[in-house]
Design a binder for this molecule. Structure first.
Ligand SMILES: [Zn+2]
Length: 233
């Protein structure tokens, strides 16, 4: 991003901040998606304004934007590799306590970066033919169970059904707090969680392949409340 573009972005974020909306950066790239429908969901969030950063520039841009101008970062990306310089952007976010929300295929990113699982809290293992190999299945209708209806991320949401892609045999770190589970045999049991890494609150939500989730009111509420929760200082 050029210096001028960065200035415009910063001004936009400051202007949005004054309207008392939460300002989020949405990081995309590395995996195809129906971007029109995806951002239709974000456009419907009245208390949230957003700026999209796309790979391959997104990671370095994340390290340059003034931390005071945004509240959280939502990752809907899946790049394969990350440079040492790009990792510094993550370290900066974690040190500053910026809230991070990871959606769907973002747990598949950076397969060779061992620390990434400790940031997301879980990992989809792409390596083939090992006991750890993860699986996916598209267009599955499954029941989502809320583990704690009082948690800020899930409050006001009852157990619900969703049509989405499921991931199976994913790794979930034992230290996370589960928020969403399912008993579907092709899915990992824990499909949503929260945890803390350094100073950042982090939420991961496994559903979110396409508009079947993005237009689901329960899913929309989950994403909104996850953003609000990780944004709290
Ligand atoms: Zn997917």
């Amino acid at each position: 991003m050029k210096r001028f573009q960065l200035l415009i972005l910063s001004l936009f974020l400051i202007a949005s901040a004054s309207a008392k909306k939460l300002n989020v950066i949405v990081v995309t790239g590395g995996h195809n998606f129906d971007r029109e429908s995806f951002f239709e969901m974000f456009d419907s969030f009245q208390d949230i304004s957003y700026t999209e950063l796309k790979h391959p520039e997104a990671n370095l841009q994340l390290g340059t934007i003034d931390l005071k101008t945004f509240d959280a970062v939502v990752f809907y990306d899946m790049p394969k590799t990350i440079s040492e310089a790009e990792k510094e952007s993550y370290y900066k976010l974690l040190k500053s306590g910026k809230g991070l929300v990871f959606l769907h295929h973002s747990q598949c990113s950076y397969q060779a970066w061992d620390e990434y699982i400790t940031i997301v809290g879980g990992k989809y293992h792409e390596e083939k033919n090992t006991p750890q190999t993860s699986t996916y299945q598209h267009d599955v209708t499954f029941a989502v169970k809320i583990t704690d209806q009082k948690h800020p991320v899930t409050k006001g949401i009852k157990n619900f059904e969703i049509l989405d892609e499921v991931y199976g045999n994913t790794e979930v770190l034992p230290g996370v707090t589960p928020l969403l589970t399912t008993d579907h045999p092709q899915s990992s049991k824990i499909i949503g969680w929260t945890h803390k890494k350094e100073n950042s609150h982090i939420v991961y939500i496994q559903p979110g392949h396409d508009k079947n989730s993005w237009f689901n009111p329960n899913y929309q509420k989950l994403v909104k409340q996850a953003i609000a929760y990780v944004s709290e200082k």
